[in-house]
Design a protein around this ligand. Structure first.
Ligand code: ATP
Ligand code: FE
Length: 337
């Protein structure tokens, strides 16, 4: 199960996705111009049972076929996480099966293995989502610590897309709207900055400000939104893919995996492909529907943990809304040996 703006449920057996379902409360948030945590939590209460049933129906399974339950414990919105955890605890207890707490970002990383199989050791992972923009050096996702290499110093790339979309008058969620609008625009029309070119850190708040200033500069005139969107998207894709490929070269890693909501962006995907091919790096990106939050990716980590012999969570396990992106939380208790 995954919790955020969407209530997602997936069923995974031995690394294979059997069925998944997703309900989104995004339309309910749109008129407020952003996500309202209380609305997200209430939407989960209504969605959780029907979404579980839809996922089971798609997989052709019954509740009693479920052998373990995995649920996001963090990071995320606390109300939404609480609803998911309460539902998962009830389910695990009633079925008499183990419960596993999953780090949301481990879910994003594992989303790729549903399509492309186990991750090679080592691989470089670019997590690029609404709340994170980080580079990780990953070995065995279910056992070993990950090496956390780079972070954003301020906004995440998805946040930058969402905030600039609002300034451009585009609908929510902003990332997909920028992607769609950019198709009609010239990516070289506006010379937006490429933040921190020589550094290994990411930064997107300056880019966001530059886009807002560019929009303000058109006061009283029609804003060429498509050119702005295409140029912003080009700047974000350029910075992300350049730094990710540089990190692969520096650490002599032959595979780059790009995950998270922004991995659904068409230009991020095409530029990553272009640059990885030129650098002789193997690129893996999950299918678009598994890039943004979903239950399949959380179920997949649960399946990985079960197969790695992980110790289940106690029934009094609690949420951790600000769970840091560090190896200890990306790898919940795994039995020794
Ligand atoms: P996190 O995973 O960091 O906790 P989150 O779960 O809110 O954050 P995701 O669901 O992984 O984020 O991704 C949502 C983000 O991805 C949003 O910022 C959204 O605008 C962005 N996004 C989704 N599709 C696209 C796209 N096609 N182009 C650009 N951005 C996109
Ligand atoms: Fe996410």
């Amino acid at each position: 199960m995954a919790e955020g703006v969407g209530t997602g449920v997936g069923l995974v057996r031995h690394g294979r996705l059997l069925g998944h379902a997703l309900a989104s409360s995004m339309d309910e948030h749109a008129r407020y111009g952003g996500v309202v945590p209380e609305i997200a939590a209430r939407a989960h209460v209504h969605a959780v049972r029907p979404v579980i049933q839809r996922a089971l129906d798609k997989a052709g399974l019954r509740l009693t076929d479920v052998g373990a339950v995995a649920v996001t414990t963090g990071p995320g919105l606390s109300g939404a996480l609480q609803v998911g955890l309460a539902a998962a605890k009830g389910l695990a207890y009633a079925l008499g099966v183990p419960l596993h707490g999953v780090h949301h970002l481990a879910g994003h990383v594992a989303a790729d293995t549903l399509e492309h199989g186990p991750l090679p050791d080592p691989c470089m992972v670019l997590i690029v989502s609404g709340g994170h923009t980080s580079l990780l050096l990953v070995r065995d996702l279910a056992r070993d610590p990950v090496l956390h290499l780079i972070d954003t110093l301020d906004d995440a790339a998805g946040e930058c897309f969402d905030k600039v979309a609002r300034v451009f008058g585009l609908p929510c969620p902003g990332g997909p709207a920028i992607d769609r609008t950019a198709r009609e625009g010239d990516p070289h029309a506006v010379p937006f900055p490429r933040p921190l070119p020589g550094s290994y850190d990411f930064s997107f708040s300056g880019l966001k400000t530059a886009a807002a200033r560019w929009a303000e500069g058109h006061a009283g005139r029609e804003l060429p939104v498509a050119d702005g969107a295409a140029s912003l998207q080009e700047a974000v894709a350029d910075v992300l893919t350049r730094k990710a490929v540089d990190a692969c070269r520096k650490h002599r890693v032959g595979t780059l995996v790009v995950v998270g909501g922004v991995a659904a962006n068409s230009r991020v995907r095409s530029l990553a492909e272009e640059r990885c091919r030129a650098a002789g790096i193997h690129l893996r990106v999950p299918p678009m529907k598994l890039c943004t939050d979903n239950g399949a990716m959380i179920a997949n980590v649960g399946d990985l943990l079960v197969r790695a012999g992980a110790e289940p969570a106690p029934l009094d396990v609690s949420i951790d809304p600000s769970a840091p992106l560090e190896y200890a939380t990306l790898h919940p208790r795994v039995a020794a040996g």
